[in-house]
Design a protein around this ligand. Sequence first.
Ligand code: MIC
Ligand code: SF4
Length: 775
Amino acid sequence: MSSQNSLKLKGKTTKTDLVSKVYEKLQKNILKFKQVSNKPLTLGEKILIGHLDQSTDFMTFNGLTPGNGYILLNPDRVALQDVTGQTTILQFMQAGIKQVLAPTTVHCDHLIQARVGSASDTKAAIYENNEVYQFLESASRKYGIGFWKPGAGIIHQVVLENYAFPGGLMIGTDSHTPNAGGLGMLAIGVGGLDAAEVMAGLPWEVLYPKRIGVYLTGKLNGWTSSKDIILFVASKLTVSGGTNAIIEYFGPGARNVSCTGKATITNMGAEIGATCSVFSYDSKMESYLISTGRKDLADIANKNKELLTLDPIIEKEISQNRENATKYFDQLIEINLDDLEPYIVGPHTPDLARPISKMAEDIQKNNYLDTISVSLIGSCTNSSYEDMSRAADIAKQAIEKGIKTRTPLQVTPGSEMIRETIERDGQIQLLRDIGANVLANACGPCIGQWSRPEIKKGEPNTIVTSYNRNFPGRNDGRRETMNFIGSPELVIALALGGRLSFNPLKDELEASDGTKFKLNPPKLAPEVPKEGFKDTVDIYVPPATDPESVAVVIDKNSQRLQALEPFLEWDGNDFSKLPVLTKVMGKCTTDHISPAGPWLMYRGHLDRLSDNLLLGAVNAFRDGEVGKGLNLLNKNIETFSHIAREYKQNGLKWIIIGDNNYGEGSSREHAAMTPRYLGCAAVIAKSFARIHETNLKKQGILALTFVESSNYEKIREDDRISIINLRDLRPKGVVTAVLYHSDGTVEQIPLIHSYNDAQLKWFRAGSALNILRSR
Ligand code: MIC
Ligand code: SF4
């Protein structure tokens, strides 16, 4: 049986009739919209308009300005992974609904720890996380959710291979959900409760996004790859530059990038805070659909091309005159791929970029450690057939010269399908021959699930990866590890050179016979395998045919899972003289607020997980001390979770003060749930990352922003803060905070918020879940 047929037979894919229906609605809505406003549309606009909830009035929609006003949408799919999925399902269960009302899948990828290698690590994970996997599997079978077992692959890769389709709208409880934008889908990362609501049949709400256009001309060549496009864009937009925007890639250059290369780019839109990123449907997507066994979807996409691409007039006008971009986009970036250099970003933030030619200089200037301790390729971002083939091409050159890597090399395939295929076609063997170790098809070292006993505590070291994120502590839980990111082929070259300053474009390596040689740029690689992808077995469990008989069990004494207790509703009073738990200084990602790694174990157990509260946060009051602050009750310096628990026991609510882009990075709603659970009343920040701001609102924490960023400076460690006139909270209103300083002086500062009417109800009810429960 050809792999294409057998994939289809198993039914683990998006059904053709679902896709046809989506296209009908797109067609209908776009027509309606064009009757109101006959302007050309970007693809992002088309997909949004095509998924508007029926309650939408098209006249008012036309009046919306990007970045201002909320819209309600009906997503076609929901994707969950095993750590955010736990609370999502626990919350969904509170809605009292028998079966999910939107197609949903769960993917077991985050809980597998990288220790030795694929087989034994997956086996150990199944043993150690048995209780959680059983919970997810039984709940999936009961509620009509497709369950992908541990070892099947990483959520975004599996979704791309099986479920994503051009023109669709998907939400996923993971910030890299936009990976599916590589296949022309609007795919957006959300918190678990957003997902639970859609699974329960409610529409999904989002701030009508701004539009950033990236106009691509030319063709990738030599060492440059799709990774370098996004690293370059990240350097231009920075980690918050995409906030509340859809980034749309178009132009002749876009049509030259493979489908999986596009996915790498849209995946990493998360690193610049974008709501999502998307490419128009083209022949690269068509061939990917066909080679992953979905020719039927390619056929209907071909028939509906005008719905799945931006209106050609937009590209035409912009190609003639860049000024025309202002008619369609809030911002335009232009990249000529002919001239793009390979990039490296890092350490500690994905927007710290420089072309490879400047790396050596930067190492000197900043005293980075030049010696690389470990090199890693793969992950949800970069483990396509094309990526692995280009990486293998560099490996082959090394083998021919009789050399191996100078650093350990770890490979994480994105899915079992890709692993089996590159095993069959030889890429993995070439990588093994230069020294690679193959890890499980899972997140592993990308999310701190990486055991590195060889590194001493506190020992600074440099790693290079082809992953997407590099916040301090991210990969191995050690803040001293400096993580640099580049394309897989570049990481292989660096592994051969052993030094971060090695520039394969000009530096030489030494062959086993002592002669010097330069690596050739990787050969153009096939985007999909000639023989099709290998079929996989025994990695998927369909929903039960007799769901009533399936029981979902949570052991009362479990250390891993805990049923959720409702948060108390707002008592109607102002927040009066609350202590400040901490004022965070600088970057504070969700990895700082609720770290992953060893803590992933407790994602289903709110009480235990809360012990990690703000463990990575830098305390502005204490000379940058990390994870600790002053307990105002006993004047001791203690961990934030300890202090928060004590305040809670004493009936005291408290406040967090945040810096810029507070809560950037992941979608984990735990970064809002743990503070809420321990008594946080409000977070006041200079600005927020989109998903985290929504998560705070949903969990009933007041998310407020300084009108004047400089007022951040006014907050002192032993202040008590009141937030007043809460009964008068209105959409777009101003809120006043009163600062009571310990020297007896009092100051008032204005704050703003972005709540709409429905969101204010979440605050008053104590959480959005309380509203879902009462429906
Ligand atoms: C990540 O890449 O940070 C994660 C782990 O995939 C998170 C989700 C999580 O915290 O569970 C994400 O990106 O949303
Ligand atoms: Fe997993 Fe890393 Fe991808 Fe997140 S970014 S889904 S942790 S591989």
